[in-house]
Write a protein that binds this ligand. Sequence first.
Ligand code: P6P
Length: 338
Amino acid sequence: MKRKTLTQYLVEQQRQADGLGAEVRLLIEVVARACKSIGHAVGKGALGGVLGSLDSENVQGEVQKKLDVLSNEILLEANEWGGHLAAMASEEMETIHAIPNRYPKGEYLLLFDPLDGSSNIDVNVSIGTIFSVLKAPTHVAGAPVTEADFLQEGSRQVAAGYAVYGPQTMLVLTVGKGVVGFTLDREMGSWVLTHENIRIPEDTREFAINMSNMRHWAPPVRRYIDECLAGATGTRGKDFNMRWIASMVADVHRILTRGGIFMYPWDAREPGKPGKLRLMYEANPMSFIVEQAGGAAVDGVNRILDIKPGQLHQRVGVVLGSRNEVERVAQYHREAGQ
Ligand code: P6P
């Protein structure tokens, strides 16, 4: 049977009773097309002269890779003219990006990490693009959009998704009706629906965490990982496996595909920061996707999608994946009074 394309899936979603609005459908198609361009640039690697770092740093204080900046520009240019957005925000830009006056404005806000996992670019390991869609507050009609308009809980996302540039290039998407996956048919240049209902198993034997930070973890995290490491000889009564790709998109995609728990918790290296990952364009979109696939996502104890943001680039601890394992970690935090 002929597989559906992204366009066909979005048209069918639009026809539903409480369906997708035309602007959101256009938004997703534009972002998906931009991800094709990013994937094409990533795939060229050294042949495209796009590897390596620039002399600049982003707002996070991280050295920018050429592909970070290129990916950001691709997403900005693709989304400026369509009339579906009020403004955009990116990990690579300190302030929000207003739609130029020469273009019509729409009702939605787009946030993205244009190329997540940048440390993996130069070593040819999977990286990805993460995006999140919010509705702009009604008052923005006519008034300039401000950063405050973006500071909405993750539970208010209209859509979220990521592209993963790996052995296959895939687009994983939720519009609040479960999670679907599209594989890029590189010959036709079309996104083909290959995963119609992605679900995360509630249990797992696989954890993902950067073990080199072990001495900096809070006790509940250390307790959980120690139990996993004790395996069948310990209280868990089963052996665990470990994976850490250091590209959130790749680690989360594995968890959506076969289960697992992903952890980037608070640690004592920078005690004033709640975690390394960013709430608005990493944790929130991934948490929306994970919950829509039957998983769970907490900052250690609180549901990530309930967090009221204070700043655009604020960071957060992240524990997400197979529901029963995430709940165990949250329980250990509650028992520790955290
Ligand atoms: P570490 C990539 O830089 C990233 O933001 C996530 O994609 C990834 O999960 C994490 O940082 C890796 O961090 O400290 O292991 O290099």
